[in-house]
Structures are given as C-alpha cells and as structure tokens.
Design a protein around this ligand. Structure first.
Ligand code: SER
Length: 586
C-alpha cells in the first residue's frame, strides 16, 4: 500500500461513516500563539473542540501536515522525523469512546488487514482524581482484544495535550503494532523502548480544557480526537523496518543517490537527515515561511543549513538543493496542491538560503576549527566565539553545538544567550530609530510586505470599518506589523475575509502604479494618508487598481502577484483602542 492509497483508504472509511473530509491546514497555527507549528491534526480544530460550530458538521476526517521540532538532533535514526503527516478523525460532541474504538478496530483489521494478534492497546490508569478508564478496556474486549493485550498507564503515557500551553486535552487509548517478538522482560509492554511495540494510532477523549493557571475544566461537549502517523502505519502495513523505506522517501533518497553518486546503504544517517530536513523545509516554504533569524523562519533556516552541511559531507557542494525539493514538490502536490502552486517561490527561497549559507560555510568551519584550537583543550567553547559564528557566518547555535559535540566539546549556551539578547536589544532600538517611516529595509521581502500593508489597510476599511486608520506600521524581513484604531477584537470571520480578499487581489496580479501628483489631486482621489492640508505640494501616490490609493514613499512591488501569498499570523491589542495585526507574505 502506498501513501496515497493509505490516505484514501482512511478518509473513505470515515466518510462512509458520516464524516466530512476537511483539507489540511497550514503548518503555521492560526489559533495558538504558544507554539510555532501545527503539531497534530487536532491543532487547527481547537476552537471547534471548545464548542464552536464547524461548517463540516460534528464528524470530521483529514490528513494533516505537521512539524515537531523537539528532536531535530535525533533525526537520522530509524524513526524520528521533523515533518510528518497525521491521519485523523474527530467527533465534536457526537460519538465517544465506544464508536471511536469500533471505528479504529474496523479500519485496522478490515481495511488495513492487521492481524488482531499484532495489536496492543493502552488505557488511562487513573490519576489526580480522574478515574481509571475501565470503560475503554471493556470496549476493546468487546472487539476481541484479550486482557493480555491491554495495558494501563498513568498521565505520562495515557494523557494527551494540550497542544500548546493551554486548551483541550484528555485521557487517551493508544494503539500499538506488536511485531510478535517475545517480550524483552517481565515489564515489557507498549511503553517499553525495546522496539517490539510501535505506536500507530492515538484516540484522545477530549473532555477537559487546561487554562493558564494549570486548571482542568470539563468541556461543554465530549470530543474524540484521533491521530494516526501516516509514515509509521505505512511501515507496519508494508512490513518495512524504517519510515525511510516507505514510498514517501524512496523517490527522494533515489534522487540523492543519483546526485551524490553514493549509496544510501553506505551513508544512511546523512541521507536521512537531508531527506527529512528538505521535506520539512519544502513544506514550510510552501506555507509562506521564509528563512529568518527568529521564530518559524529560524527553524526553517536551521533545517536548510543542517541539510546543506550534510550535503557537503557527501561531496554534494556542486548540487543545487532545489533539485531534491523538486522531487518532493512533484511527489506531494496531488495531496498538498499548495506545493505545486508555490513551486517557483519554494525553489527560489531554498536556493537563496543555500547560497547565503554556502558563501560562509567553509570560512565558518575554518573559524570553528581555530576556535577549538584557541580554547586550549578546555572542552568548552565560549559564548563570544559561538555568537560570532552565529552572527558573522550564519551558524545556528544548534549547528555549532553539534560540531562541538563531534569533537567532544560543549558550548557555553548561557553566555551565548546573554550576548544574543544584548544584540537583539541593540538592533531593536537601532531599527526603531532608523526606520521611523516603518520600513526596515528595501529588500525584496520587505517590499512585498510593504505593498501587502497597503492591501491590509484597504481590506480593514472594506470588511471592518471605513473609519479605520493606520496608527503605526513596522516591517521586518519576516513580517509586517500594522496598528489601527478599533476598540474590539476582530472576529475570525473578519480575519478570514481580509486574508481571502488580499489573496484574491494578489492572484489578480494588479499593477501597482506610482504617480507624483499635486496634493489636491490626491485628496480628490481619497488617497489614504491625507491628514493635513499641504497646499501646493507634489506628493507620491501609489494606487493598486481601485483597491487602494495611498500617499507613500515606497518602495512597492510592480504588481500584486509578486507578493505570493498573504497570511495573518496574529491579531492582538496594542494599546487602548488600538489593535495590531502581524502578517507574512511569501
Ligand atoms: N492529538 C493526538 C496526537 O497528537 C491525537 O491526534 O497524538
């Protein structure tokens, strides 16, 4: 069974049982500022688990792209991945434990043809006033699962969530594939790391919400949230040893063999790291993230740079990374059409970042070796040296740590952190002074963001209130920030209309026209930014079709299509009566 067949089988099974198939959401969470990425299929559904009505109804199914970055350094072994896909089905206040377990059992044994003897399941042992989940065990037994296949664990193993610091969570029942080997010892069970058991599916009974004080409040509705790891299940149903042996990776690894002239079997770890990191990077770029010094863009930069270093270790200095990304885009764009739509942007960004890093990699490595010898065998690299590698050579701190570890060295991260903070503060105050006009630099990205700011200004007037006025604007290479007068939070519908509208204007590729015109003329045309009479003056005015006319110094893109894709990442209060929107483009 290949990946698409598994996605289809899963979705169809649940659609036949009354579920609505919903699309995969972006890797950038819309509803949760406490995490960088979408880490589970339930993440984009949090508002609905909390009780909002979902347009698809109370039964949903999907496959969702996810990224978890906690174990980047572990990638390269048989199972860790940064990017993965999660198949999931949800009941939003509809069915609960009984049907959830029946459905899971049916899919695993009837559709995926897993032998019942290869299954093992877990349930919540009970802890902190929440009782033991014997009900779940009984439902499994009613399907023919024996007592010796059922294991009870506490919160550490059988409790899921919340995804960020707050939100829905609850006890779960996890389903494992038991490969049939004898137990490694008397305590061997699904929680054992010996490899006998592989977790394939998690059914969470989301009954609680954790609040900022750490309290658990019962939810108004009882929900089911399930998540099945696509890569792992492909492994299990095809009798394969590692996720990298599945059809999801054979094309990427084949391309790497072709381009490097080396065999995967001889260089397993670097091959896996490159394949994993470029898969994650391609998807992040496809969702509009661009390499940057902080936030999501920093993780992307780390992934691309780490992949680049491993490519060098395979002698692939002359190979363009986007050649591997091309394989990923072509293999995944049926399931994730945004990759196809954004392919040019993905390749351009990955190439630009690769070039930026390659220009300094050799010098940086040389400097790194000098630092090691200068340290006089102390076993530790000081924060100043590490900060220089970061600032001058673009080495993510984690890369330096990894290089250091390879030589038996550690890195003084506390010292690095304080230098990093000091640097950030300096550059923040520097940019506040230098960029009173709000535009941090005239690079390509900031230009796009600048035009996007005009579109946002227009969209706010159109969808929220014609009286909205700009109260402040600040643009960095990563995002725009726009403050405006309003004394309430925007609704999610308003945010969506704004985003959709701006993306529609982008897709129409409307020319951005700059005119130098007398002030009176600008006033007649209702240009935004006409605050006071400047009689007789010639002003610079940018117009975008009939969408926006604004007095402005520029620079702007030539036509809206260049912006690529517009995404709101945050809407929050900035001061009394002032709201703030942060958004990205790409
Ligand atoms: N949220 C649960 C998980 O990530 C089930 O989807 O495992």
């Amino acid at each position: 069974m290949d990946a698409q067949a598994l996605r289809d089988a899963y979705v169809n099974f649940f659609v036949e049982r009354g579920h609505t198939h919903i699309g995969s959401a972006s890797l950038i969470p819309e509803n949760d500022p406490t995490v960088l990425f979408t880490t589970a299929g339930m993440h984009p559904l949090v508002p609905y688990i909390l009780g909002e009505k979902h347009p698809g109804g109370r039964r949903l199914v999907d496959f969702q792209k996810c990224i978890r970055t906690g174990d980047i350094e572990e990638v390269g072994d048989a199972s860790h991945l940064t990017f993965f896909e999660m198949l999931g089905n949800w009941s939003l206040g509809d069915y609960f434990k009984k049907e959830s377990i029946e459905y899971s059992f049916g899919l695993l044994t009837d559709v995926l043809k897993i032998d019942i003897n290869n299954l093992a399941v877990t349930a919540f042992e009970g802890e902190e006033g929440i009782p033991k989940d014997t009900e779940t065990a009984e439902f499994w037994k009613s399907r023919g699962i024996r007592d010796d296949q059922i294991f009870f664990y506490g919160r550490e193993h059988n409790w899921w969530g919340p995804a960020g610091q707050t939100g829905p969570c609850g006890p779960d029942t996890e389903i494992f594939f038991d490969d049939g080997r004898p137990k490694c010892g008397p305590d061997c069970g699904p929680a054992c790391k010996c490899g006998k058991y592989t977790e394939i599916w998690n059914n969470v009974f989301m009954q609680y919400s954790k609040d900022t004080d750490g309290r658990f409040t019962p939810l108004r509705q009882k929900n089911v949230d399930t998540g099945m790891g696509l890569e792992r299940v492909l492994c299990v149903v095809n009798g394969l040893k590692t996720v990298y042996d599945t059809s999801l990776f054979t094309g990427i690894i084949g391309k790497l063999e072709e381009l490097s002239g080396k065999k995967y079997g001889d260089f397993t770890r670097p091959f896996r790291i490159i394949a994993d990191h470029l898969r994650a990077s391609t998807f992040l770029l496809g969702d509009g993230v661009v390499p940057a010094k902080t936030g999501q863009g920093y993780i992307l930069r780390r992934l691309i740079r780490r992949a680049s270093r491993y490519m060098s270790s395979l002698g692939m200095e002359g190979v363009n990374m986007h050649k591997i990304s091309e394989v990923i885009v072509s293999e995944y764009s049926d399931a994730y059409p945004e990759l196809g739509r954004n392919r040019d942007l993905i390749f351009a960004q990955i190439t630009a970042e690769e070039e930026r890093f390659r220009r300094t990699l050799a010098k940086g490595l040389k400097r790194f070796d000098e630092m090691v010898s200068e340290s006089g065998g102390s076993g530790e690299l000081g924060g100043e040296a590490v900060f220089r590698l970061y600032d001058t050579f673009g080495f993510p701190i984690e890369l330096t740590q990894e290089l250091a570890a390879e030589r038996g060295y550690s890195v003084n991260t506390d010292d690095f952190d304080s230098r990093f903070r000091e640097h950030q503060e300096k550059s923040r105050s520097g940019s506040d002074q230098t960029f009173k006009g709000g535009l941090a630099d005239a690079g390509e990205q900031t230009t796009k963001l600048h035009t996007a700011t005009h579109l946002l200004n227009a969209a706010l007037k159109k969808f929220v209130d014609p009286g909205i006025q700009q109260k402040g604007s600040n643009i960095t290479a990563e995002r725009l920030r726009f403050d405006f007068n309003l004394d309430r939070k925007l609704t999610s519908e308003e945010l969506k209309s704004i985003e959709d509208y701006i993306n529609e204007i982008i897709s129409q590729d409307i020319p951005v026209v700059c005119e130098e015109t007398p002030y009176e003329e600008a006033k007649k045309r209702n240009a935004v930014g006409v605050f006071q009479d400047k009689y007789g003056e010639i002003v610079k005015m940018y117009s975008i079709g009939d969408v926006s006319v604004e007095l402005c110094g520029g620079p702007h893109v030539k036509s809206t299509g260049e912006i690529g894709c517009f995404k709101i990442i945050k809407e929050e209060s900035s001061a009394a009566g002032t709201r703030r929107i942060k958004a990205t483009v790409g």
